[in-house]
Design a protein around this ligand. Structure first.
Ligand SMILES: *Cc1c(COP(=O)(O)O)cnc(C)c1O
Length: 425
């Protein structure tokens, strides 16, 4: 595999980008052979800067749901680009998109559009406080809701005051949620929940319906708003808010990543009970009203409603899960696949510093399959049964290779240091 261009870009980036790269796009916490820069993406495939081709199980960390460079989306996006994108006001598509999303998402009566998921979760937090005139926001420990100071997972530059009135509870624990609500007393503004537990570095967990229902009850009793953060899982579990599957309707839900198939747009949806709070806050952004992502979203949502994309991804996900399990069993490797089959996470038993997972991921990469060693992955509509067969065949070889090398695997310098410092705390 060629690496010259990527290595050169990494070196140049060290000089002109902090740390060479930042946020979730940093490859510091990935296996060292992983490329940083990509030149092209089409369907389910991705090409790095050196031209190496991969079947991509990251789907841009979620935005790609139909397939990269989908011709149906590109056609409407390019046509709108030629007519106008950022203008002095929004295009008619904004009203249509709000109508479509409130039609699709059962709990929702109104919509606001923004650019990133963090915009939507931060607005949800502000609206919860505006609507209730209370302060405390509950979030599940370890859950990701964005990169603003109130929710970023990295403490650098964050002061206690940024996190004032943000309290934690344990996902899926009724007891812990009840205790956090009791602790908040009469100052509870809102409770955040992701549709399922999809935290990094740990097994995923589906929501316990008892926990979700109790969250709804506690919000009803206290007047706090229930906020489902559907930014990652939205429209990958169902064509509605994800908690509709377990019969729990939030007051607010946040959306992003996939619903314009990769064009930049996110959304906050709310029920009538939150309309006043939503109308009272000042929220905006220079690019929030751009027309191109809105027409792309309308087209994407139309395809999601009219195609079997979801059933297709689930069928492929089941094929993948069964095939990988039997390949791991044959190799005698303890391999855990968690979460919904269309949003899988892979971890190895007895692998506290992830060195086995890293080696396996690198072995997959060498075979043209891009998987992630500690973050959940995503399937997309463009994947085929043949792609999944290819993946399982590569996995069979990768398991054998890693099993043989297991006793001589080296720890990853950055990841091992991170876990050592966490263990010392
Ligand atoms: C990605 C993500 C966010 C933040 O979205 P950005 O567009 O990266 O700001 C918030 N919540 C969840 C659950 C996410 O997966």
């Amino acid at each position: 595999m060629k690496r010259e261009i990527d290595l050169d870009l990494k070196q140049r980036a060290q000089k002109v980008l902090p740390n060479g790269m930042y946020g979730h796009e940093s490859t510091l916490l990935l296996p060292q052979s992983y490329p940083q820069f990509f030149s092209k993406a089409e369907g389910a495939y991705l090409w790095d800067a050196d031209g190496n081709k991969y079947l991509d199980f990251m789907c841009a960390y979620g935005p790609n749901v139909l397939g990269y460079a989908d011709a149906r989306i590109n056609e409407v996006a390019v046509a709108q680009l030629e007519k106008g994108d950022a203008m002095t006001g929004p295009s008619p598509a904004m009203v249509e998109l709000a109508e479509v999303m409130t039609d699709m998402v059962s709990h929702a009566d109104w919509a606001m559009f923004c650019k990133n998921g963090t915009d939507a979760t931060t607005m949800a937090k502000t609206i919860a406080r505006a609507q209730t005139s209370k302060r405390i926001i509950l979030v599940a420990a370890g859950a990701y809701h964005g990169a603003a100071p109130w929710c970023t997972p990295m403490p650098s530059g964050v002061i206690d005051e940024d996190r004032a009135h943000i309290q934690m509870y344990d996902y899926n624990s009724v007891k812990s949620l009840e205790a956090a609500v009791a602790e908040a007393g009469d100052d509870l503004a809102g409770v955040f929940a992701t549709p399922f537990k999809h935290d990094a570095f740990t097994d995923q967990a589906l929501p316990d319906p008892a926990y979700a229902k109790r969250a709804r009850e506690l919000c009803d009793q206290t007047g706090a708003l229930l906020i489902v953060d559907d930014i990652r899982a939205g429209f990958r579990l169902t064509r509605d808010c994800s908690w509709e599957l377990i019969g729990v309707r939030p007051d607010l839900s946040t959306w992003g990543k996939s619903f314009a198939n990769g064009l930049p747009i996110s959304a906050l949806l709310g029920s009538n009970s939150t309309r006043e709070g939503a109308g009272s806050i000042y929220a905006t952004g220079s690019f929030w009203f751009s027309a191109v992502p809105m027409v792309a979203a309308l087209k994407t949502l139309q395809i999601l409603r009219e195609s079997d994309y979801l059933e297709h991804m689930i069928a492929l996900g089941e094929q993948l899960r069964a095939g990988l399990q039997s390949a791991a069993d044959e190799a005698g490797m303890g391999f855990r696949q968690t979460g919904p089959v269309q949003m899988p996470l892979f971890l190895f038993d007895d692998d506290p510093d992830f060195r086995t997972g890293f080696a396996w991921s690198e072995a997959m990469l060498r075979r043209g399959i891009y998987v992630h060693p500690w973050h959940n992955m995503f399937l997309c509509q463009a994947m085929t049964e043949a792609d999944i067969d290819l993946t399982i065949a590569a996995a069979r070889e990768a398991f054998a290779e890693v099993k043989q090398a297991r006793t001589s695997l080296e720890p990853h310098p950055v990841v091992a240091a991170m876990f050592a410092s966490m263990a010392a705390e």
